[in-house]
Design a binder for this molecule. Structure first.
Ligand code: PXP
Length: 240
């Protein structure tokens, strides 16, 4: 199981004071040192956390995999061409949202996604689409020829009891359907070391993208130990 740590909220903390610290490059290095397989960052239109200079510094320093989350806009297409991440993850984005709410509507935004698929082919970057675990979205992603889908686990994390079990089943079926269509399967959003187990247990899920909870744990544990604790929770879930 690949574990990519999203370091956006290191910058949220920095920007809250307009300070020079904490440094996202240092955070990424600590994550890599603790065994993260990749670093994820979301360059939002309003630059509320990661800024262009952060993305550039991270591109120059990440030694594992750089997974750049972007909205499918012309501005972000130019950024992807300039930054050349290893993976481009396309996400929906609305300025007023607190975090990424809901998955990408691949069916409706196919025309905006296609230039990223072409750029990915041209520059050997892998393209992943962040979607809800719905068959229509999975089929549209497969038609577009992307390498991967990332299934949105936000609903699973928010629900409780039977409703959570139902959403987990939806994720399971989505992972199976995507895998059967030749797509790699990632998952993420809202995951913590307490709720990641059942998602890690889905056999087709090969990658997890986790941010907010790790940075929160890092306040009390330090970043390296927080990554280790998450890894252990994932391993426990995987082993059943
Ligand atoms: N995956 C994607 C596509 C995301 O947009 C985000 C949030 O930026 C995450 C994973 C990480 O979510 P969280 O910070 O809740 O762990």
């Amino acid at each position: 199981m690949r574990l990519h740590i999203n370091i956006d909220h290191v910058c949220t903390l920095r920007n809250a004071r307009g300070a020079r610290y904490p440094d996202p490059v240092f955070a990424a290095q600590q994550c890599e040192l603790a065994g993260a397989d990749g670093i994820t960052l979301h360059l939002r239109e309003d630059r509320r956390h990661i800024r262009d200079a952060d993305a550039e510094a991270l591109r120059a320093s990440i030694t594992t995999v750089m997974n750049l989350e972007l909205a499918a806009t012309d501005e972000m297409l130019a950024m992807a061409r300039r930054l050349r991440p290893d993976v481009i993850t396309l996400v929906p984005e609305r300025r007023e949202e607190r975090t990424t709410e809901g998955g990408l509507d691949v069916v409706k935004t196919e025309a905006a996604i296609l230039p990223f698929v072409e750029l990915g082919r041209e520059l050997s970057m892998s393209v992943s689409l962040f979607i809800a675990p719905e068959l229509a979205q999975i089929e549209a992603a497969a038609r577009l020829g992307v390498a991967q889908v990332e299934l949105h686990t936000g609903e699973y994390c928010e629900r409780r009891g039977a409703a959570r079990a139902e959403e987990l089943e939806r994720l399971r079926r989505g992972a199976e359907a995507a895998h059967a269509r030749g797509l790699q399967v990632a998952a993420g959003h809202g995951l913590t070391r307490h709720n990641v187990g059942p998602v890690a247990a889905i056999a087709q899920v090969e990658e997890l993208n986790i941010g907010h909870s790790v940075i929160a744990d890092a306040l009390f544990m330090g970043l390296g130990p927080a990554v280790h604790a998450l890894r252990e929770a994932i391993a426990r879930g995987r082993e059943g």
